[in-house]
Design a protein. Structure first.
Length: 616
C-alpha cells in the first residue's frame, strides 16, 4: 500500500489524526469529507512531487511543519488577510455574474459583508478579518437615519421626531448585526467549514459606531437559536484604548462593561490593547483571523495601510526536537538550530515562489474585486501587491517550554537564565527574519504558532523516536508557542508578567490567555486583569467555563471522559443536549462531537489555573 492509499484509508476509517485535524470541521458531513479527500490527495502530491526533496523529508520526519499542505502548494493559495471591506463597499464589487453596488442601508451593508467573507474564505485557506467594523457600518447607518427622518417629518409629531428616528435606527442596527451573526454561522465555504472570520471593533466614538458595538456584544450574549447556544464565529476582538474606553471617565467605558459581561458569558470578545499593539507593530490593527499580525506599512503617499494585506503562509520549527537531539549541550543545540533554519528558509521561499505562479483570474474576489485593495487586470503580476514588504511570510515555532526543560529542568520559568535562553531563540530567529526580509522584499515575520494539531504531531513523532522523556514527550503534547506550562497553578498576573516579553521578538503572531472560574457575578475581577494587562500585553483572551446542559440547566465546566463531555451535575453526555465550547488555539470550537484527551485539550486551550474571586 503506497502512502496515498494509506492516507485515504485513514480518512475512510476516520483516523483521528486525519479527521480531527481542524476542530471546526465536522468530518461527518459530505462537504467536509470531500474537502478532506481532496486534501489528502493534494498533500500526498505536494510531498512527492512539488516540495523540494529536503523540505518534504524534514516535514515528514517532524523537523519542521509545512502548514496547510492540503491546500498549498498544490494550489498557489494565500493564507490569511485583512479584507479591504471599506473600499469594496464604497466602490462595489463583482461575485460571479452579479455586480454589487454600494449599499444604501446598514442592513444591505452587513449582507454584502457576509458575501464578501464567504467568497474570500473560499479563495484562500486561512482566516480573514473585517477590522474596525463598527466605524465601517456607522457610515451606512446614516442612510437609515436619513430615510427614517424623511418619513418622520411627514407622519410624526415634531417633538417626537428625534426619538422616533433614534429608535428606528437602533432597531435597524440590531437587526443588521443579528443577521450578520446568523448568516456567518449558517455559511459553509468550499472547504466544508464556517468561515474563519474575525470582527475587530471598539474604537469608534460616534453615535452609530457605539450602537454597532453594543449590538455586536448584545447579539453574542443573546446566543444563537432557541437554545441560545454560543456562536463560534465570528471571532470578536474588542479594542481598548486609553481615552476611549479604558477608564471610567472615557466616553465608551460603558461598552467596555458590556464587553466584560460578554466575555464572562460567551468567552469572546478577546481584547486588543491599543498602545501596546502600536508599540509592537508600529501602528494599530486587528489580527488576521486567529493571531497573525501585520507590521506597519505605508503606501506611496506615506499613509499607513493595513486593509487589503495578507500572509503568504507558515512553516513551523520543532524546537523541542533540537533540544532533545543536543543532549543538553548548548553548542550542539545552536548548530542544529542553524541547520533547521536553513531548511525553514528554503520552505518559506518555495511558498513565495509557488504563490507567484497565481494569476488574478484564480481568485477574482482577492485580486480583481478589491479584497486585497488593488484591482488587477487578468495578466498583472500578483507579486506586485505583496512585494515592498506589504505581505508577510511566517517563521513559526513551538515548544519553548520543552526546549528549556531539556537544559534547566521542568520548573525553569522562574530562572532568569532559562528564560533568557528561550528569548535568545527568538532573537536568533529575528536575525534571520531581518536578513531574509531585506533579501526577498517580503516581510518574514516570527509567528508563535497556534499549532492546533501540531502540539500532538510533533510530540507523537518525537515520542516514537526518542521514547518517553519526563516533562517533555511523556505528556503527550508540546507547549503551544511561548505559553507558561499549563500544568502549573499561576495567577493571570503571573502569567501575563512571564509571557509579556516574547511578542517583542515574535510580533508576527501571538496571543495570551488567562483562565478563570465563572465570573458572571464579579466583572470587576476580570476587569482588574484586563486593566493590569493594558500596558503589558497587546492581545489577551479570556477562558471561562461556559458549557451548558440543556437537561438540568447547569452552566460551567463539563467533565472530560473517554466518550466525550459530561455534565457534572446530572451526568448528561448526549451531544444533542449539551453545549460544549472550548478555546482552540485562539478561536472557539465545539469539540463535543470530536473530543480530545484531557491533556491535549488543556494544552490547546493554553490554560492556566485559577483566578479566585478573593484575589482581587
Amino acid at each position: 500500500m503506497n502512502k496515498l492509499e494509506k492516507n485515504l484509508k485513514n480518512l475512510i476509517t476516520k483516523d483521528p489524526t486525519v479527521v480531527n485535524e481542524n476542530a471546526n470541521k465536522d468530518s461527518a458531513t459530505f462537504s467536509t469529507m470531500r474537502d478532506l479527500t481532496a486534501g489528502v490527495v493534494s498533500k500526498s502530491y505536494a510531498l512527492d512531487y512539488l516540495l523540494p526533496e529536503h523540505v518534504a523529508k524534514a516535514h515528514e520526519s517532524g523537523d519542521i511543519h509545512f502548514h496547510d499542505l492540503d491546500y498549498h502548494p498544490f494550489q498557489p493559495l494565500t493564507n490569511c488577510c485583512l479584507i479591504d471591506a471599506q473600499s469594496m463597499l464604497a466602490q462595489g464589487f463583482q461575485i460571479g455574474n452579479a455586480t454589487v453596488t454600494s449599499p444604501k442601508s446598514i442592513q444591505t451593508a452587513s449582507a454584502q459583508l457576509v458575501q464578501i467573507i464567504a467568497n474570500v474564505s473560499s479563495s484562500q485557506y486561512g482566516g480573514c478579518t473585517i477590522d474596525r467594523v463598527d466605524e465601517l457600518l456607522s457610515k451606512y447607518a446614516k442612510y437609515n437615519e436619513a430615510k427614517h427622518r424623511q418619513i418622520a417629518e411627514k407622519f410624526v409629531n415634531k417633538a417626537a421626531i428625534n426619538t422616533y428616528v433614534d429608535e428606528r435606527v437602533t432597531q435597524d442596527i440590531g437587526d443588521a448585526i443579528e443577521s450578520l451573526e446568523y448568516e456567518i454561522n449558517t455559511l459553509y465555504t468550499s472547504n466544508g467549514q464556517t468561515p474563519f472570520v474575525t470582527l475587530g471593533f471598539g474604537l469608534g466614538t460616534d453615535k452609530y459606531s457605539r450602537k454597532v458595538q453594543e449590538a455586536i456584544l448584545r447579539t453574542r450574549i443573546k446566543g444563537l437559536g432557541k437554545d441560545r447556544i454560543t456562536a463560534i464565529f465570528p471571532k470578536l476582538v474588542f479594542s481598548i484604548k486609553r481615552g476611549v474606553n479604558l477608564n471610567e471617565a472615557d466616553p465608551n467605558y460603558d461598552i467596555k462593561q458590556l464587553a466584560l459581561e460578554c466575555s464572562t458569558k460567551r468567552m469572546y470578545p478577546d481584547i486588543l490593547n491599543y498602545d501596546k499593539t502600536v508599540e509592537l507593530l508600529g501602528d494599530f490593527k486587528a489580527p488576521m483571523g486567529c493571531r497573525s499580525f501585520l507590521p506597519a506599512w505605508k503606501d506611496k503617499e506615506g499613509n499607513y495601510e493595513n486593509n487589503g494585506r495578507c500572509n503568504l503562509g507558515v512553516v513551523t520549527l520543532n524546537i523541542p526536537r533540537i533540544a532533545i537531539e543536543s543532549n543538553g549541550d548548548i553548542e550542539i543545540f545552536w548548530k542544529i538550530f542553524h541547520k533547521r533554519m536553513a531548511i525553514m528558509h528554503d520552505a518559506l521561499v518555495y511558498r513565495m515562489e509557488r504563490i507567484a505562479q497565481a494569476t488574478p483570474v484564480n481568485a477574482p474576489i482577492l485580486y480583481k474585486n478589491g479584497a486585497f485593495k488593488y484591482r488587477l487586470n487578468d495578466t498583472d503580476d500578483i507579486m506586485e501587491i505583496f512585494k515592498g514588504q506589504r505581505a508577510t511570510l511566517s517563521m513559526g515555532y513551538i515548544g519553548l517550554y520543552e526546549a528549556a526543560t531539556v537544559f534547566y529542568g521542568p520548573k525553569w520559568e522562574r530562572l532568569s537564565r532559562a528564560k533568557a535562553f528561550t528569548l535568545d531563540i527568538l532573537k536568533t530567529m529575528k536575525d534571520y527574519q531581518l536578513k531574509w526580509t531585506e533579501k526577498y522584499d517580503i516581510w518574514f515575520s516570527i509567528y508563535s504558532t497556534p499549532s492546533e494539531s501540531l502540539t500532538d504531531r510533533f510530540c507523537r513523532l518525537d515520542r516514537e523516536r526518542f521514547g518517553d522523556i519526563a516533562d517533555i514527550t511523556d505528556k503527550g503534547y508540546y507547549q503551544n508557542s511561548f505559553h507558561y506550562d499549563v500544568r502549573k497553578d499561576v495567577t493571570p498576573f503571573e502569567k501575563i508578567d512571564f509571557e509579556k516579553d516574547y511578542p517583542t521578538f515574535a510580533s508576527g503572531g501571538y496571543i495570551h490567555y488567562c483562565e478563570y472560574p465563572k465570573l458572571n457575578h464579579n466583572l470587576k475581577a476580570l476587569e482588574a486583569v484586563w486593566d493590569y494587562a493594558y500596558d503589558k500585553v497587546s492581545y489577551l483572551g479570556t477562558n471561562i467555563p461556559i458549557d451548558h446542559c440543556r437537561k438540568c440547566d447547569f452552566d460551567g465546566d463539563f467533565k472530560t471522559t473517554e466518550k466525550g463531555y459530561q455534565c457534572p451535575q446530572c451526568g448528561n453526555d448526549d451531544p444533542k443536549t449539551v453545549d460544549v465550547v472550548k478555546r482552540t488555539c485562539g478561536y472557539l470550537g465545539n469539540p463535543v462531537q470530536r473530543p480530545t484527551i484531557e491533556g491535549r485539550h488543556k494544552e490547546i486551550c493554553a490554560r492556566v489555573k485559577h483566578l479566585k474571586d478573593t484575589s482581587i
